[in-house]
Design a protein around this ligand. Structure first.
Ligand SMILES: Nc1ncnc2c1ncn2[C@@H]1O[C@H](COP(=O)(O)OP(=O)(O)OP(=O)(O)O)[C@@H](O)[C@H]1O
Ligand SMILES: [Mg+2]
Length: 424
């Protein structure tokens, strides 16, 4: 994240920059001259601008306007506890504000939030740009079902192994629905500790708990008029299931610490790679919740059961990654006959690796490194390295210093390898 800090007091600029670097942000620039700062916003590439308000001749509002025109997130630092200017900044489109003197950790939390939002936006952008490849009859059927269900408000349950495209299809349903002006909010319900799940989903009011210095909307509110994607729903605890069921049934909920309920208009899409039916039978998943979310189930088959999609996917991703030199028949057969336990996600990785290994030239079978061959591949590499060392020692008549030089490694590295390969 590239951050620009602007304040007419030099000390503040350097103090903030040092703090941010310490927190692990590596690209932090600072500017104490407002004129030059303005210039930097116009010419530089930043992901976030943190600026003071009161400066001459250009103040923070000026900076904010420039940043906003370029779609750059902005945090305003207001010197005096002047709530009015903070409100004005927010109205003008600032992402957030801090009131001086502020706690640095507070600023840090705000930056993290902006970073997270940016990441979500990027992910959604990426999903929008991805073409959905569907040549097999089963994938064509999936797209048909998507077209049927998208315009309705029915809850959809996407079923399928990891990497088959559940997230992609969920986003497509949102895009094809009349809710596409609202947000597509995705939450991995299994990835959130239970203690946080409620506040993530429903938000909280200021003072609801010790850290709640400001009220915060939850995912349900963010997704109002849009779509809420509940990923990995098969793995949530029983008590979380109860809470979820309640809001799905009633359409209203309470922010933590709130006295009145919040009502939202949200379409729910859920996804799981586990067998929910089984879980219901075993008593690990509530039957009533299962019926609520599975009104319209769509099953996305694994790649090995729709091999017709492999070639088009490979071609699409070669093109997307700018590979133009084609692929040999043998390489293709290797891709075609693999079982793809990681499905499309794994295929994308294999394609990327092949492009790198081929050095941008035509892709041969040896450039296709599949999971099942990974161990063998490492073995091959070790064998090749051992042979190179033996050759170098031969050439130099056993002189290790010369051999290391020939191999382009240090003498110490050579000794480690000699030991590793049992050559000394
Ligand atoms: N039919 C398709 N055409 C093009 N790209 C696809 C297709 N299906 C999946 N992908 C891509 O494969 C990757 C994995 O897909 P996605 O994340 O949607 O899978 P998933 O089922 O949600 O996986 P997980 O269960 O791990 O969350 C993504 O980069 C996605 O864009
Ligand atoms: Mg997913």
């Amino acid at each position: 994240m590239r951050i620009l800090v602007i304040d007419d007091e030099k000390e503040i600029v350097s103090m903030l920059s040092r703090f941010l670097m310490k927190k692990g942000f590596r690209e932090v620039s600072g500017e104490h001259n407002p004129e030059r700062a303005l210039h930097a916003i116009r010419n530089g590439e930043y992901d976030l601008i943190i600026s003071d308000l009161v400066m001459e001749p250009y103040d923070g509002f000026y900076m904010l306007q420039e940043a906003k025109n370029r779609g750059i997130p902005f945090i305003m630092m207001t010197a005096h506890a002047s709530v009015d200017s903070a409100v004005k900044a927010m109205k003008m489109g600032a992402s957030d504000y801090v009131v001086k003197p502020f706690n640095l950790e507070e600023l840090y939390v705000k930056i993290l939030r902006i970073e997270k939002e940016k990441k979500l936006e990027n992910e959604n952008e990426l999903l929008k740009q991805t073409e959905i490849i569907a040549y097999s009859p089963s994938m064509k059927r999936v797209l048909e079902l998507v077209n049927n269900v998208a315009p309705t408000d029915f809850p959809v349950l996407l079923l399928g192994e990891t990497g088959v495209g559940k997230t992609l299809i969920a986003h497509l349903i949102h895009q094809k629905s009349k809710r596409n002006n609202g947000k597509f909010v995705s939450i991995n319900v299994a990835g959130i500790p239970e203690s946080l799940l409620e506040s993530e989903l429903f938000g909280y009011e200021k003072g609801a708990f010790t850290d709640a210095v400001k009220s915060k909307p939850g995912m349900f509110e963010l997704a109002d008029k849009g779509t809420l994607f509940l990923d990995e729903i098969g793995n949530i605890s029983m008590s979380a299931q109860v809470k979820l069921l309640k809001v799905l049934e009633e359409g209203t909920f309470y922010r933590l610490g709130a006295h009145s309920p919040t009502t939202v208009d949200v379409r729910i899409i859920s996804a799981t790679n586990s067998n929910l039916n089984e879980k219901v039978k075993k008593g690990e998943f509530r039957e009533d919740l299962y019926y609520r979310i599975s009104v319209f189930p769509i099953e996305i088959p694994p790649l090995r059961e729709r091999k017709e999609d492999i070639a088009p996917l490979v071609n699409y991703y070669f093109q997307r990654f700018g590979h133009k030199e084609g692929i040999s028949r043998e390489a293709f057969i290797k891709l075609q006959s693999y079982s793809w336990p990681g499905n499309v996600r794994e295929l994308i990785n294999v394609v990327q690796r092949a492009i790198v290994l081929s050095g941008g030239k035509r892709i041969e079978a040896e450039h296709i490194v599949l999971h099942e061959n990974l161990n063998a591949e490492v073995g091959n590499l070790m064998e090749a390295e051992k042979q190179m060392i033996i050759d170098a020692l031969k050439k130099t008549g056993g002189n290790k210093k010369e051999a290391a030089k020939l191999l382009g490694i240090t003498r110490k590295q050579l000794y480690t390898r000699l030991k590793k390969y049992g050559l000394m």
